[in-house]
Design a protein around this ligand. Structure first.
Ligand code: ADP
Ligand code: ASP
Ligand code: MG
Length: 401
């Protein structure tokens, strides 16, 4: 008897008919002789609606209270799905994240799972129940509710699969797999039958929100068999695994991330220790820095530019402002109408000229590049946000993926 974890995203449980569809699929899996744990997200746009509701009351609400509010969306979904499964005559129980034993760290709004105490889930499975678990949520050491960051239900599902040593973890969503680009942007994007954990992790971290990046990180670490599939059609999806068949594909995908703010600290002294002071001050505030560019020195001065997420923009500017005396910079410039467009593929390590090909596509489309970052399996460029979708399309065309 196999143990399968199935996760259904917000659009897959958006209304009564879709909840019934999910119930049917889950019960079918159970009746074919499997033990099933189901993880669900909040229905449709519920999480966004709750964020708006909070902003009407207090735009500066504490992260603790935001988590208390946002976790309620998933609680609605588990109860509704359990009711739909009851109606089909199969034993079922719904569990919140804390009932399911999710213990997290204390970072409200973006918590990491520390452990899952699986005793309750195991007991419910032993009672032959389908176990429906609320994604995206856990409890910290103060017994406060935490959430795992937007899109975090994928990570809940993979974490349960890892903790229970499940045979597989299926992520059901509103597309039928992982594509070479977001199929909503690039109409001729192709579905991948498989992708490596490393490539998927890069794609997810660079804006392909089809999987939460931490879910991929965890799947790799615990060797969870992961598949992205359609909630609506019964067809093969995309398998995420350690090693894939060698293909001729130079790149596996093109993606964009509009959640970037670029801060440029202009005219700092061209002396040692400047980068250290800036980035250690940001690290102390838990601000993650992504791309970094330092200019060539001139007249004893240099510029340092870097990107952070938009949510960290104001905090970053405050930190830099606090360093004014120490750094003696001329000015700080901030832009957030930008997008990071990236190509990802394990094939690029062994093939020279991949970056040049990407730049050529952008040049031909008259798109200016502000910053560039590369690693073994990705190249990212920072461009104006109004060019982002066109850039994804022209790069995709150029590589003919
Ligand atoms: P869910 O609510 O099921 O978690 P998400 O909206 O988080 O669904 O993720 C699915 C969406 O991810 C798709 O609707 C698609 O627009 C988007 N997406 C972005 N990049 C890709 C990609 N490379 N392949 C497939 N989907 C992608
Ligand atoms: N409901 C949460 C969100 O919208 C978690 C998830 O969908 O995975 O971000
Ligand atoms: Mg998602």
């Amino acid at each position: 008897m196999a143990l399968i974890v199935q996760k259904f995203g917000g659009s897959s449980v958006a209304d009564a008919a879709r909840v019934a569809n999910v119930a049917n699929r889950v019960v079918e899996t159970a009746r074919s002789g499997n033990r099933v744990v189901v993880v669900v997200s909040a229905q449709g746009d519920t999480t966004d609606d709750l964020i708006e509701k909070a902003a009407e009351i207090n735009p500066d609400a504490s992260k603790r209270e935001m988590d208390m509010l946002l976790s309620s969306g998933e609680q609605i979904s588990i109860a509704l799905l359990a009711m739909a499964i009851e109606k089909l005559g199969h034993p079922v129980v719904s569990l919140t994240g804390w009932q399911a034993g999710f213990k997290t760290n204390n970072v409200y709004g973006n918590a990491r799972i520390n452990t899952i105490d699986t005793e309750r889930i195991q007991a419910e499975l032993d009672r032959k129940n389908i176990v429906v678990v609320a994604g995206f949520q856990g409890l910290n050491k103060y017994d406060d509710i935490t959430t795992l960051g937007r899109g975090g239900s994928d990570t809940s599902a993979v974490a349960i699969a890892a903790a229970l040593h499940a045979d597989k973890c299926e992520i059901y969503t509103d597309v039928d797999g992982v594509y070479t680009a977001d199929p909503r942007i690039v109409k001729d994007a192709k579905k991948l039958s498989e992708i490596t954990y490393d490539e998927m992790l890069e794609l997810a971290s660079l804006g392909a929100n089809v999987l939460h990046n931490r879910s991929v990180e965890m799947a790799k670490k615990y060797n969870v068999k992961l598949e992205v599939k359609s909630s609506f059609e019964k067809i093969d999806g995309t398998v995420v695994k350690e090693v894939c068949k060698m293909e001729k594909m130079l790149i596996r995908g093109v993606t964009r991330d509009n959640d970037v703010a670029r801060i440029a600290v202009i005219g700092v002294e061209n002396t040692p220790g400047i980068a250290f002071r800036i980035f250690s001050a940001l690290a102390k505030e838990n601000i993650n820095v992504d791309m970094i560019l330092q200019s060539v020195g001139r007249n004893g001065k240099k510029d340092i530019a870097f990107t952070v997420t938009k949510a960290h923009k104001d905090e970053t500017l405050a930190v830099i402002d606090g360093l004014k005396e120490q750094l003696n910079f001329e000015e700080v410039n901030c832009r957030d109408n930008l997008s990071k467009v990236s190509i990802v593929g394990a094939g690029m390590v062994t093939n020279p000229g991949v970056a040049a090909k990407m730049f050529e596509a952008l040049f031909a489309a008259d798109i200016n590049i502000h910053m560039i970052a590369t690693s073994e399996i990705k190249v990212s460029v920072l461009i104006n946000v109004n060019n982002a979708e066109r850039a994804v399309q022209v790069i995709h065309d150029k590589f003919n993926v």
